[in-house]
Write a protein that binds this ligand. Structure first.
Ligand code: KG4
Ligand code: ZN
Length: 364
């Protein structure tokens, strides 16, 4: 008989300190509590995440988040079956803060320790939110990563393709910077784009002529820079409407790239004749409503079920880490106090590495 498990999850790989309690079984679990302490204001003055500031803030906030997650779950640490922690990939100082905290807790309580790949946390989210069966196609789109994965098992992922340079979240963040919008840029670009004309600035859609699932986003920011400078030279500044038009044109280019490449990835996945085909998205950029609705219509056309987790489980959180830990723990895969923090940790180690795959750091 399969046993109900309660896991505590800890996440600190980028700029969100998070703790959560998840209860259930592999493929049938629920989020009991989920606490996320963001650091946006700490990094606001620097235009991006400063790794040292992030690591220090994690070290200060981790125990508070853990206490809150346990208390909101009405749960004592003695009722936890195992402690799951992000052991990579990510900003190494932050990952180390989380791993050291989890080790301390495991050593003090005698509870088992499970190291989790942050990318696996994102990629397994549809199993937590929708009890999704393997195999499914996952588009993981975040501030540090962009890849198509066929998820066949909790630790069995095949990468069909991904970005060869910047991650889409990075492109959103850079576009926001160029338009004078706050960081993290994605939600601000999205909001501004709602008032804009997407046809005003013709921006490139790189690699669409190539018959593969790889993508490129770095040329887009140069194109946005040129278009912005042309407007500034002509009018000595940017109006709100110029900003909205640039944001809308940028978002349309991103959406078009995703549509063409996702259609290709779906064709490869469907060639394996999955019993109940699913495309799931995860990662911070999956919170973008334009990207979601474009992929949803594509799936409708292709007879594939589309799954997008709620926004709070798209961006970084610890519930996904607790759940990925539950899958590993249920399969008898444990770590011990020798668990190490890894700045890089590809999910699919057999596919050849893509050039770049996110300059901001190997995150998710
Ligand atoms: O997965 P995530 O929370 O963190 C990691 O990168 O690991 O993703 C953060 C990224 C940021 O680049 C942020 O600008 C982007 O996700 N993002 C969005 C939206 N919300 C967050 N991008 C586009 N539209 C959004 N609504
Ligand atoms: Zn992430």
């Amino acid at each position: 008989m399969r046993q109900t498990l309660t896991l505590l999850g800890i996440e600190s790989s980028c700029d969100d300190t998070a703790a959560a309690v998840v209860r259930g079984m592999a493929g049938d679990a629920e989020v009991v509590s989920s606490v996320v302490a963001g650091q946006t204001e700490l990094h606001a003055a620097y235009g991006g995440v400063v790794p040292e500031i992030a690591a220090r803030a994690h070290a200060e906030k981790l125990d508070i988040c853990i206490e809150q997650a346990l208390s909101q779950a009405n749960c004592n640490i003695s009722e936890i079956d195992a402690i799951a922690v992000t052991a990579g990939p990510g900003l190494i100082g932050g990952v180390l803060s989380g791993v050291m905290c989890a080790k301390g807790l495991a050593a003090a309580t005698g509870k088992p320790l499970v190291g989790v790949n942050h990318l696996a946390g994102h990629a397994l989210t549809p199993r937590l939110t929708d009890a999704c069966e393997f195999p499914y196609l996952m588009l993981l789109v975040s501030g540090g990563h962009c890849q198509f994965l066929i998820a066949r098992g909790p630790e069995d992922f095949s990468r069909l393709g991904g970005t060869i340079d910047d991650a889409p979240g990075e492109a959103f963040d850079k576009t926001a910077r160029l338009l004078g919008l706050p960081q993290p840029g994605g939600p601000h670009v999205e909001r501004s784009a709602e008032q804009g004309d997407a046809s005003r600035f013709p921006l490139p859609r790189p690699l669409l002529d190539r018959d593969d699932c790889n993508m490129s986003f770095s040329g887009l920011k140069t194109a946005i820079l040129r278009s912005r400078d042309a407007v500034v030279t002509e009018k000595s500044g940017l109006t709100e409407q110029d900003r909205a038009d640039l944001a809308a044109s940028f978002q349309a280019a991103i959406r078009d790239i995703f549509i063409v490449k996702t259609r290709r990835a779906l064709a490869l996945y469907l060639a394996e004749v999955p019993a109940a085909p699913v495309l799931a998205i995860a990662g911070g950029v999956a919170a973008n409503k334009g990207v979601r609705s474009a992929l949803e219509s594509l799936c409708l056309d292709m007879g594939v079920r589309f799954l997008a987790p709620p926004m709070a489980l798209c961006t970084d959180n610890a519930a996904m880490i607790a759940y990925a830990g539950l899958e590993r723990f249920a399969a008898g895969q444990l770590d011990d106090l020798r668990l190490s923090a890894r700045p890089r940790w590809p999910l699919d180690t057999t596919s050849p590495s893509l050039i770049g795959s996110g300059k901001k750091g190997a995150k998710a």
